[in-house]
Design a protein around this ligand. Structure first.
Ligand SMILES: [Mg+2]
Length: 388
C-alpha cells in the first residue's frame, strides 16, 4: 500500500483562529485526517505540508508505505534541519502529519489510534476546563461555579494580566516582569473567591504564562500555597530551566511547564534537572502522538505526570486523547473550547466531544472522528479537496 495523495486546507475551527486539516490518502482507498496546531498558520501549513518550499514534504510522503509511521516522520524531520525543525511551525505541521498517519493506520488495521501506539490504560480521558477569569474575584468565582455545574472537577485560570501593553494598562512596568504588591493582593483575592465558592474538592490550576522574574514568581507561589492548587504553570519564562528549578525548589505548589517546548529534546533538560513537577507538552507542537509518547516515557523515568496543553479544535483534542489513553502517567487533558458554542461542529461524534468533564474514546478504527463536510465547506469552500 502507498500514500498517493497529500493535501492541507486551512479552516476556521477554533473561534477566530485558523487551523489546517491534513489529508493523506492511499492507493487502496484509505484516508487519514489530522488537525494542524496553532503555530502552523494557514500560510505555513501550506508551505510545509504541501511542499511549496524545501524540504518538499509532499514528495517525501507520496509513495511511502503508510504503516511505517516512525520512518516517515523521521525522514520529514531529518530533512527539515534548515527549515526550523527544532521548534515552532515546522513541528506543528509535523504533528498534523503524525495525527493523519495514526488515523490512517488505525483505519487500515481496524483498531483505534491508542492501540496503534501500544494500547490503552483508559478510554475515559479526564478533562480540565480552561476557565475565563475576569476583572474581579467575583468574576473568577462565578465562572468556576459554572464549570463545576457542567461536571468539571478540574479547572484552570489565568492569573497574570498579560504582557507588555497589557501590563502598562494596569500601570505596571511592561518589561521588568516584577509583581507589584497590589497585583499580588488581587491574585490572592481572586483565588480566595474561587475556593470560597467551589471548595477544595475541585482541582484548580493557575497559569502565569511565563510573565514573571524569579523573585516575583517565588512571592506569587508562596502567597498561593494555602489554596492547595493542582499546579502553578509557567511562573517564569520557559527558556531558562535553571530559573524554573529555583522557583520549584522554593515552593510547595507543584510547578508545571512544557507548552512552549518542542520535541523530546526540548524536554530533555527539564526532565533531567527535574525542574518541573508536572509537564504539559502540547501534542500539536512537539511532533505528534508518537513524539508525545516518547516525552511521556522520559517523564515516567522521573515519576513525573503528564497533563497535555491543548487549545485546539476537536480533531487535535481527540488525537491528544488517544495519547492520554496510551500512557500510564497521564494526569488530565486541557480543554479550551468552553467559550466557543460550535467548537466541535467540524466533526461528527456521538454527542458532544467533551461531556461532564470527560472525553470518552471509541473503539472505531483510527482516531474515531469523521469530518462534517457541510460545516467545513461553510468555513472554507476550497476544502472540497478533503472530500474528493
Ligand atoms: Mg499555559
Amino acid at each position: 500500500m502507498k500514500i498517493t495523495e497529500v493535501c492541507s486546507i486551512p479552516i476556521h475551527c477554533h473561534g477566530t483562529a485558523k487551523r489546517g486539516i491534513v489529508k493523506l490518502a492511499t492507493d487502496e482507498g484509505y484516508v487519514g485526517y489530522g488537525e494542524v496546531g496553532e503555530t502552523a498558520t494557514e500560510h505555513l501549513s501550506a508551505l510545509y505540508v504541501e511542499g511549496l518550499v524545501y524540504p518538499h514534504w509532499k514528495n517525501i510522503l507520496l509513495g511511502k508505505n503508510p504503516l511505517n509511521i516512525n520512518q516517515i516522520l523521521r525522514e520529514l524531520w531529518t530533512g527539515s534541519l534548515f527549515a526550523g525543525r527544532t521548534g515552532g511551525a515546522l513541528l506543528s505541521a509535523l504533528s498534523g502529519v503524525d495525527f493523519a498517519l495514526i488515523d490512517l493506520k488505525g483505519k487500515i488495521l481496524g483498531i483505534p489510534g491508542y492501540q496503534v501506539v501500544g494500547g490503552g490504560f483508559r478510554q475515559r480521558i479526564r478533562i480540565y476546563q480552561d476557565t475565563a477569569g475576569g476583572a474581579t474575584p467575583h468574576d473568577y468565582a462565578k465562572h468556576g461555579a459554572t464549570a463545576v455545574q457542567k461536571g468539571f472537577d478540574a479547572i484552570k485560570y489565568d492569573l497574570d494580566v498579560g504582557y507588555g501593553v497589557h501590563r502598562a494598562e494596569f500601570g505596571y512596568d511592561p518589561y521588568n516582569e516584577h509583581v507589584t504588591n497590589r497585583e499580588l493582593e488581587l491574585m490572592v483575592e481572586k483565588v480566595q473567591a474561587v475556593r470560597d465558592t467551589i471548595g477544595y474538592d475541585v482541582d484548580v490550576a493557575i497559569d502565569l504564562h511565563g510573565r514573571y522574574n524569579v523573585p516575583s514568581a517565588i512571592r506569587i507561589a508562596k502567597a498561593l500555597e494555602r489554596f492547595q492548587l493542582l499546579w502553578l504553570e509557567e511562573p517564569v519564562p520557559p527558556e531558562n530551566i535553571v530559573a524554573l528549578r529555583e522557583v520549584k525548589n522554593a515552593t510547595s505548589i507543584p510547578i508545571c511547564c512544557g507548552e512552549n517546548l518542542y520535541s523530546k529534546w526540548g524536554f530533555r533538560d527539564l526532565l533531567i534537572m527535574q525542574a518541573a513537577d508536572i509537564i504539559m507538552p502540547d501534542i500539536t507542537q512537539v511532533g505528534g502522538i508518537l513524539e508525545g509518547k516518547r516525552i511521556a516515557d522520559l517523564a515516567d523515568l522521573y515519576y513525573i505526570p503528564v497533563a497535555p496543553h491543548n487549545n485546539c479544535g476537536p480533531m487535535a483534542t481527540i488525537a491528544m486523547a488517544h495519547l492520554c489513553a496510551a500512557i500510564p502517567n497521564f494526569l488530565l487533558l486541557e480543554w479550551h473550547g468552553a467559550r466557543i458554542p460550535d467548537w466541535d461542529a467540524i466533526i461528527h461524534w456521538d454527542g458532544p466531544v467533551i461531556s461532564k468533564g470527560y472525553l470518552t474514546l471509541k473503539d472505531t478504527p483510527g482516531l474515531g472522528y469523521t469530518l462534517n463536510e457541510k460545516e467545513i465547506l461553510k468555513r472554507n469552500p476550497e476544502a472540497e479537496e478533503l472530500f474528493r
